[in-house]
Design a protein around this ligand. Structure first.
Ligand SMILES: Cc1cc2nc3c(=O)[nH]c(=O)nc-3n(C[C@H](O)[C@H](O)[C@H](O)COP(=O)(O)OP(=O)(O)OC[C@H]3O[C@@H](n4cnc5c(N)ncnc54)[C@H](O)[C@@H]3O)c2cc1C
Ligand code: FES
Ligand code: FES
Length: 1332
């Protein structure tokens, strides 16, 4: 038996020699579990979030250069690290020594909230700087294509890092803030003190590339030792070979015919993790010279098959810059495609062969290679070497190619183009950055010399069949035809016959995908036409003006660097310098987050004897459990036990409001993802493997998935409630106008970067179990563990957005049971896909309304039925519906209203709280009818909105007067700051000039009620200890999720006690210190806990008063000492309950809210009418947050909420199969906004002079309200779609549901292409997915 080699590599300058390198381990696992470097995070395990980004450095002896690149540690095989130097976030700086400038600037400029994404983002930036010490802003934005953040809205990260770019100084000089003279940046002295971004150079340590650690000399001086020797590693299950010659590779392939070649592992890593595929023999052909060549030949360029996409991009860029344009048209198309191919971390390691041989039907490169007629060289021991042309016969079937199983791909020849040959590539995805295609294409046409007659044409499409296809019939028909107006209808007709997708085709979106093939061809037609006319070829039969009006279809997408401004009142000069209330101090954990030192649940070191728990969950939406057999799983080495309902000591029933759930399913499952049992094992991978080996037999029952199905089956949950005011029927009958309509608002996955996680630790002999949980609700976590346990949850929660308010107990309760049963600590952190399947989302809503209005557009009455898809249990669905009902007025006075809420029970995971809690769904439907009224009256929506805004003391539908109403003020300020009137005219002109791009501008106001609608929850507690050294320990009932609550509470305590913030320490939230806490939710945590903190501090100040009076010249420490010596307690609790809130539904009386947070946004978008792509060109927000406790944190909440809401209303679409299977699991299928989705210009101002008498230090709650302002993007898109429709003669209102995905935008812009593909009638086929 061959002896495995020792794996040698460097991590943060330290040499690692691993004698037992396991080929199944990823680098991430090794860093976290073996080296205990937990700064690098696991967010998805599929290369889609960037939380695991590290920098890898390698020495290339040929060019004698060191190359640095970012990489996803979650996909990188450990065995591929031999001879490389890895740098993690811990390797560049720390709070104990010195922060690296990248870490410092991100932390100080408010670039982290929960911080889970932060180390990955830091490392992407760091890798960029190692290659480009002064990068351009565009390079910087590209560096983050593979990183996601769910909290910040990206703006502060980009602003923080712009300080490193070339753009920075120019940008600061040239940028004209829309605040004009009032811009805070003009208030130089004070602004610089408050906002370090203003005075970058003075504020930060400069970046010195020469100070970076050196590349390990051994790897450079003895590089041959690491690169030219073959390697072998093995474990019990898997062998890993790294041959260094082609001959050795072919021999290995012959010896192990079932072996798998691995280069970047970006396909295989995902297959192994998520598709349960086993590859016992893996061969890494990464160090074979023939497979790594980049050679320019007479007819094109030859790339070795292991060349990475980044290397390919570099080589092609060089050629494009040096060769004539006509020769490099294929290269240009490949470069453009690579721009949108995955993120940098993936492109840096993924190889050309990996893309070709995987033969995915949505591969981005294969349509280009096919259209270009690339030629592969392949080799095997038996067959020797041969050439294979990539033509119509190359793809043999789903993921099968003409390359035989025993062959390896050696290289690919990508040809040059000729003068009379044109080439282009197209891609449309759900999201522009880092997303796989919906449809893509490669197109090539060759003309007969000096004519527009087609000599040869190749049209290749991805996403239109199980393989990448050439439209052979269409191609054949076109030879000899002229490139003129007659061509497009002919091609459309022919493509329709050749490629049309049948209803129900896998992937769905059939009409859209069909339409895209034509849109792409039309773009190609126009671009080639333009080139022909540039060559001064005489082309007849092209309609006059086609090119001038269609210019907008030609350009490839370019996005300049984004810019932003934030505007808020600076603290007055009279305010004491040590008083930090109202100052934009950075998040207190920011430095620890930026250095990777912040500890999240799974970063806590393993306890001795600890077990890992993997969840066994239902794969059926509705079924009886016939049998559950864990016997095979229990036989696997390392598996300890299987736990299910039989192990529950008390009641197996659970639930937040009513007990309508089971901890473990007993006889029936009512949703996929329902927890059936737990496998306990020594480690995570064993537990997960075993969980998949548990055999479950189901008897399937018909599931209810959608709101419509629930309505038809009368599947509702009580209570059904109605909010009434005035005589709605009468008004509707007598009103001059009534609009009637429906709108659907999709749900939203929380996608907190840290998934649900918990550790249950048995304590002592009394059955006590300590839970360390990622939760927003320590009290519920404790209560739900059942009466036999004394739960004592601590809080280590990073990112919740409502998703960890109640659903965290699905994880913590089973773990507590397991820990109690075995008296051993038990840990679990859900994988991203598990989290998405198990834990529920924002509720999808359907609204059916009738609205009465007068000739001026004034609202008279509304009658609306709201339906929410609650999933399989009640959870918080009633409160979510209640809030939707309370917010049906949004910001408009409704003289009469009737709002009824229907809670639909379905066989999907129980939906739950999500930032805004039903409010955004309700308000979205309101804004829809406002656009319809405007369309009917021929006015602008803004006119209707402005006319109906609440005025001071007007009453809401539930009878609460709107006091301190600032809506009109915010509205008028936004109109002015956004230059609304001028831009509206510009947009009208733009739309008149451009046929295929349209712009839209929309305003949306928000008025959001602050308080828990469950009155009893409006309470909070705090505990303050002052120690004899003068330090203060503060704890309160709210949990820090990244939203800056702890920072604000420290600011409040610091002012109340009169001590600097450095002396106030926060102890993590725990039910052992502050009991009976309300969940950190409803935006009310600063208000409630802030008041409790004030009261606790007030009690201490009161007790210190006599000592202060006795020693007026003394200091804090003296008074504390004196009080202690006098035996005065220096520990105090504070309690607060909001006065005068609560609504009595029976009587229809009361004030559900303490006050309203208000704001207005104006957004402008541009859409591509042919593809459905869109860009947010600009957003202006004016928000009334009272007197902000911390304007930087509040601006962060506004931007973060806005971008999260933008995702909800545009990109994020949950898709369930008709059988109730969640299709959109993981970042690959479910797209949250990325860095370059944010508005190109993003201006946020806090309303001046709007102090709020109802909350701590006159501030206002801010967590949820701004989320809805992102609806301005949705309605701007709707305006743009409206403009596009008018080109086809379609006027008036039209149905446009949320989210406004690329599909909806494209299909909404009805034209000659879409009309060929009407949506098939519902019920005539089984769709691939259904609308919830
Ligand atoms: C987050 C993410 C985003 C992505 N985005 C995109 C995208 O936008 N567009 C897109 O098209 N793809 C995308 N992909 C898919 C993937 O990155 C590409 O297909 C990539 O090119 C695969 O290369 P690899 O080296 O990582 O392949 P690996 O996973 O290492 O190998 C893939 C396959 O290629 C075979 N193979 C490798 N070398 C040879 C050879 N010499 N001869 C024969 N067979 C060989 C392997 O046996 C294996 O079957 C994405 C993947 C991820 C994880
Ligand atoms: S954890 Fe690696 S990319 Fe998400
Ligand atoms: S700070 Fe980025 S995900 Fe929370």
């Amino acid at each position: 038996m061959e002896q495995p080699d020792v794996l040698v590599f460097y991590v943060n300058g330290r040499k690692i020699e691993e004698a037992n390198a396991d080929p199944e381990w990823t680098l991430l696992r090794y860093l976290r579990d073996k080296l205990r470097l937990t700064g690098t995070k696991l967010g998805c395990a599929e290369g889609g979030c960037g939380a695991c980004t590290v920098m890898v450095s390698t020495y290339d002896a040929q060019s004698d250069a060191i190359r640095h690149f970012s990489m996803n540690a979650c996909l990188a095989p450990l065995c591929a690290m031999h001879g490389l130097a890895v740098t993690t976030v811990e390797g560049i700086g720390s709070t104990r020594s010195k922060l690296h400038p990248v870490q410092e600037r991100l932390a100080r400029l408010h670039g982290s909230q929960c911080g889970f994404c932060t180390p990955g983002i830091i490392m992407s930036m760091y890798a960029l700087l190692r290659n480009h010490p002064v990068p351009s802003a565009q390079l910087m934005e590209e560096a983050f294509e593979g990183n996601l953040c769910r909290c910040t809205g990206y703006r502060p990260i980009l602003d923080g890092f712009k300080t490193f770019t070339k753009l920075d100084i120019k940008f600061l000089q040239e940028f004209k803030c829309p605040m004009g003279e009032n811009c805070c940046k003009n208030n130089a002295k004070t602004a610089a003190e408050e906002n370090p971004a203003v005075q970058v150079e003075e504020a930060f340590a400069p970046y010195e590339p020469s100070q970076e650690p050196i590349f390990p000399p051994e790897l450079q001086l003895e590089s041959a030792k690491f690169t030219s020797r073959s390697l072998f590693f093995s474990s019990d299950r898997v062998k890993w070979f790294r041959p260094v010659t082609l001959q050795a590779l072919l021999e290995l392939r012959q010896k192990y015919p079932q072996s798998k070649l691995v280069i970047g592992n970006t396909e295989i890593g995902v297959e192994v993790k998520f598709k349960n595929l086993d590859y016992p023999v893996r061969i890494a052909p990464t160090h074979i010279p023939e497979l790594n060549c980049v050679t320019k030949l007479d007819d094109g360029i030859l790339f070795g098959s292991s060349v990475t996409l980044t290397q390919m991009r570099g080589a092609l860029s060089d050629l494009v810059n040096t060769l004539p344009e006509s020769k490099t048209r294929v290269f240009r198309a490949i470069l453009e495609m690579l721009r949108w191919f995955a993120g940098q971390q993936v492109r840096n390691v993924a190889a050309i062969a990996g893309n070709i041989i995987t033969a995915s039907p949505i591969s981005d490169l294969n349509p280009l290679f096919l259209a270009a007629g690339c030629v592969l060289k392949v080799a095997s021991m038996e067959g020797g070497t041969r050439e294979v042309k990539m033509d119509g016969d190359f793809f043999k079937g789903y993921r099968k190619t003409a390359v035989k199983p025993d062959e390896v791909m050696v290289s690919i020849l990508v040809p040059f183009t000729k003068e009379n040959e044109y080439f282009d590539g197209f891609k449309q995805a759900h999201r522009r950055d880092d997303d796989i295609s919906i449809v893509n294409a490669g197109m090539r046409v060759v003309f007969n010399e000096k004519s527009n007659e087609i000599e040869d044409i190749h049209l290749a499409f991805g996403g239109m069949a199980p393989v990448t296809v050439l439209a052979k019939k269409t191609m054949a028909n076109l030879v000899g035809k002229k490139w003129d107006d007659a061509l497009v209808p002919e091609v459309c007709q022919s493509l329709q016959e050749e490629l049309q997708l049948a209803p129900g085709t896998p992937g769905g979106m059939e009409s859209y995908r069909n339409t895209l093939t034509m849109s792409f061809f039309f773009k190609f037609y126009l671009r080639v036409l333009q080139s022909l006319s540039d060559r001064k070829l005489q082309i007849v039969n092209v309609s006059d003006g086609l090119m001038s009006r269609s210019q907008s279809a030609l350009p490839v997408y370019e996005r300049g660097p984004s810019k932003a401004s934030q505007y808020y009142d600076l603290s007055s000069v009279q305010q004491n310098q040590t008083d930090v209330v109202g100052r934009p101090i950075p998040h207190l954990s920011a430095k620890k987050q930026a250095t990777g030192e912040a500890v999240y649940i799974d970063d806590i070191p393993k306890f001795e004897n600890e077990l890992y728990a993997a969840f066994v969950v239902s794969t059926k939406a509705h079924a009886e459990l016939v049998s559950v057999d864990p016997s095979e799983a229990l036989k696997l080495p390392g598996v300890f036990d299987y736990i299910d309902h039989k192990d529950v000591p008390g009641s197996n029933s659970t639930g937040h409001v009513i007990k309508d759930e089971e901890v473990f399913a007993t006889t029936k499952v009512t949703t996929q993802g329902q927890v059936i049992g737990l496998i306990l094992a020594n480690d995570q991978s064993t537990a997960q493997r075993a969980a998949k080996a548990v055999k479950i037999e189901y008897k399937e029952l018909t599931p209810i998935i959608t709101i419509e199905q629930a309505t038809e089956a009368n599947s509702f949950m009580p209570p059904k409630r109605t909010l009434r005011r005035g005589d709605v029927e009468k008004v509707l009958k007598e009103a001059p106008h009534v609009v009637e309509g429906e709108m659907r608002v999709g749900g939203q996955e929380h996608f907190y970067l840290e998934t649900h996680a918990c550790i249950a630790i048995p304590k002592g002999e009394d059955g006590e179990v300590e839970l360390i949980a990622s939760t927003q609700n320590p009290t519920a976590t404790q209560a739900r563990t059942g009466c036999t346990f004394l739960g004592c949850p601590s809080e280590q929660n990073r990112g919740g957005f409502g998703g960890k308010e109640t659903r965290s107990t699905i994880i913590s309760t089973p773990l507590a049971i397991a820990a109690s049963k075995h008296q051993r600590p038990v840990r679990s952190m859900l994988d991203r896909d598990e989290d998405m399947v198990i834990s529920g989302t924002r509720h999808p809503f359907l609204g059916k309304y009738k609205v009465a209005y007068n000739d001026d557009g004034k609202l008279l009455a509304v009658d609306i039925d709201l339906y929410s898809n609650c999933g399989n249990s009640l959870d918080l669905s009633y409160s979510v519906m209640e809030r939707a009902m309370y917010h049906i007025d949004n910001a408009y006075y409704l003289p009469a209203s009737r709002v009824t809420g229907h809670l639909c029970k379905t066989n999907t995971p129980s939906n739950t709280a999500f930032r805004g809690f039903g409010g955004p769904q309700g308000m979205m439907i309101t804004e829809n009818w406002m656009t319809e009224i405007a369309a009917k009256l021929g006015k602008t929506t803004a006119e209707i909105q402005r006319a109906n805004l609440y005025q001071e003391k007007q009453c809401t539908p539930y009878g609460q007067p709107v006091i301190n109403c600032n809506l009109t003020k915010c509205w008028d300020e936004v109109i002015e700051k956004s230059d609304y009137e001028t831009r509206q005219k510009d947009i009208a002109q733009f739309n008149a000039d451009n046929r295929w791009k349209k712009r839209g501008l929309a305003l949306v106001p928000v008025k959001f009620g602050i308080a828990f609608t469950a009155t009893f929850l409006n309470q909070a507690g705090a505990l303050v200890h002052v120690y004899t050294d003068g330090s203060v320990l503060l704890t309160h009932g709210g949990t820090e999720m990244g939203q800056g609550l702890h920072t604000k509470m420290v600011q409040v305590a610091s002012r109340a006690l009169g001590v600097p913030i450095e002396r106030v320490h926060i102890s993590e939230t725990s039910t052992a210190t502050v009991p009976n806490t309300s969940a950190t939710a409803a935006s009310a945590s600063s208000d409630l806990n802030g008041m409790a903190v004030l009261r606790a501090c007030g009690a201490i100040v009161e007790r210190l008063k006599p000592f202060k009076e006795r020693n007026p010249d003394g200091k804090w420490d003296d008074w504390v000492q004196a009080a202690y010596m006098d035996r005065v307690s220096l520990s105090a609790t504070g309690f607060y309950s909001t006065p005068d809130v609560g609504y009595d539904w029976e009587k229809g009386e009361g004030n559900p809210f303490n006050y309203f947070t208000q704001g207005v946004a104006c957004s402008e978008v541009e859409i591509d009418c042919l593809t459905g792509d869109h860009t947010v060109r600009r957003t202006d927000i004016v928000m009334d947050v009272g007197n902000s406790l911390n304007p930087a944190i509040d601006v962060g909440q506004i931007e973060g909420a806005f971008v999260q809401g933008y995702g909800m209303f545009t990109l994020e679409e949950q898709r369930y199969s008709p059988d109730g299977f969640l299709l959109t699991r993981g970042p690959g299928a479910y797209k949250i906004p990325a860095f370059t989705d944010i508005p190109l210009e993003f201006n946020v101002s806090l309303l001046r002079g709007a102090s709020n008498p109802k909350a701590v230090h006159s501030s206002k709650a801010i967590g949820e309200p701004p989320l809805f302002l992102s609806a301005s993007v949705f309605y701007a898109i709707k305006e743009a779609v409206k403009a596009a429709r008018s080109e086809s003669g379609l006027t008036g209102s039209f149905r446009f549901d949320s989210p406004a995905t690329a599909e909806k935008i494209r299909m909404g812009c009805m034209d000659q292409f879409t009309e060929q593909f009407p949506a098939p009638a519902p019920g005539t086929y089984k769709p691939w997915y259904v609308n919830m």
